[in-house]
Design a protein. Structure first.
Length: 405
């Protein structure tokens, strides 16, 4: 198991830190422009952190003074890293310049927080360093200095107001090479009493159900952030939405009433999400802003009872897919398919016992696609080598294929 490094506060005590963040009760605060706030220095500031052997790093800081009485406000915090303590051009800004002339000197972590603590994933930090330095595989140094700081702002419908940055702290790391490519869309998983086997465990395709990515959505190339969705019939049973690492502290929980969900972000557990009344709901998660919407749908789709997957992998016989709902009406189906190295299998979705209703996708039979909207009688879908969790929605025709290691 990888070690977990905790960055303790040396400059500000833990008790005073959280008092500053949460305990002011001014009922009518006046917004001010803060001048500074403090990112705490870790106790092992003179040691070197091995990013390959460390899972996460806990950062903590004081809250900027946005009101005279430091009343609690919804402040958004973005973590930034620079190898040279220069914070002028971000990796996102450099990527937007198609000429390649713009050179980045810092990166911002895609996942923000509204708390005064943050679990920085070592893999995210390493990827940021590789993006900035543009190391080739044999160019990664044994040791790299990097500077971390926090950017605070008030988020008003996507506009960043009253921005202020913390001090930067210098740390030493052992980085490692990671191949840079367009990031895979960030995935979240549904778990619950009526989801798959109802076990609430980290078992994709068995207990945890991946949501749907969209072929038409422009996901962030660097981070994979964007919108993922899920449309199905919901009972009043409880459920939650979990991140890929299944960290319960960083999942979605109840917003306090039916059909609401909020990002936990390390806070106390507010309980399970539930839908009321039962019926069809569209769940949309923005993985960049960590927001979730649950909207009831006025639809009456055909209930097929069972959907099958068929293809070259089984001689085009019917193979039952697993219903996403453990009990009751269901329109989302799951199947795990392993394709041998160096081969491509072809698949389609269909009703049981007949080809009268079937779905396919693509311009040509066997064209590899990992997501899309399948249509009636469409082309055979190509599935590349590897193990894939395949999810299909018989209402929308949407399908997603999620690669498993």
């Amino acid at each position: 198991m990888k070690n977990r490094l905790l960055l303790g506060a040396l400059l500000i005590g833990t008790a005073s830190l959280f008092t500053a963040c949460k305990d002011d009760n001014d009922s009518n605060p006046t917004l001010m422009q803060p001048k500074e706030f403090m990112l705490n220095t870790p106790a092992y500031v003179n040691e070197t952190v091995d990013l390959a052997q460390t899972s996460e790093i806990l950062l903590s800081w004081s809250q900027p003074q946005y009101t005279a009485g430091n009343a609690p406000l919804q402040v958004t915090y973005e973590i930034q890293v620079s190898p040279d303590n220069e914070f002028n051009v971000s990796t996102d800004e450099a990527a937007a310049d198609e000429s390649g002339a713009t050179v980045a000197d810092y990166a911002a972590m895609a996942r923000t927080t509204t708390e005064c603590t943050y679990k920085l994933l070592s893999a995210d930090l390493d990827k940021a360093l590789v993006q900035i330095k543009k190391w080739k595989k044999d160019e990664v140094p044994q040791e790299q200095i990097a500077y971390l700081r926090i950017h605070a702002f008030i988020d008003e419908n996507g506009t960043r107001l009253n921005s202020v940055v913390s001090n930067s702290i210098e740390l030493k790391f052992n980085p490692y090479y990671i191949e840079l490519k367009d990031a895979t869309p960030i995935m979240w998983y549904l778990v619950g009493n009526n989801i798959l086997d109802g076990a609430w465990s980290n078992a994709p395709g068995v207990s945890s159900l991946p949501m749907f990515v969209s072929a038409d959505y422009a996901y962030d190339k660097a981070t994979g952030a964007g919108e993922i969705t899920y449309l199905n019939y919901f009972t009043t049973d409880g459920w939650k939405i979990q991140p890929q690492d299944f960290n319960w502290d960083l999942g979605f929980m109840s917003g306090g009433s039916a059909n609401t969900a909020v990002f936990r972000d390390g806070a106390a557990d507010a309980g399970n999400i539930w839908c009321e009344p039962e019926g069809y709901y569209l769940v949309t998660v923005n993985t960049g802003t960590n927001e979730c919407a649950i909207v009831k749908q006025d639809i009456a789709p055909t209930d097929y009872g069972q959907i099958c997957i068929t293809g070259s992998f089984n001689g085009w016989a019917d193979q039952n897919m697993t219903p996403a709902n453990k009990a009751g009406e269901n329109h989302v189906w799951v199947y795990t398919l392993t394709v041998a190295e160096g081969t491509v299998e072809q698949v389609k979705f269909k009703i049981a016992g007949s080809w009268d209703t079937n779905w396919g996708f693509g311009a040509d039979d066997g064209e590899v696609n990992t997501c899309g909207v399948a249509t009636g009688g469409g082309k055979n879908i190509g599935v590349a080598e590897g193990t894939w969790i395949i999810v299909f929605n018989d209402i929308t025709g949407e399908f997603s294929m999620l690669a498993q290691e």
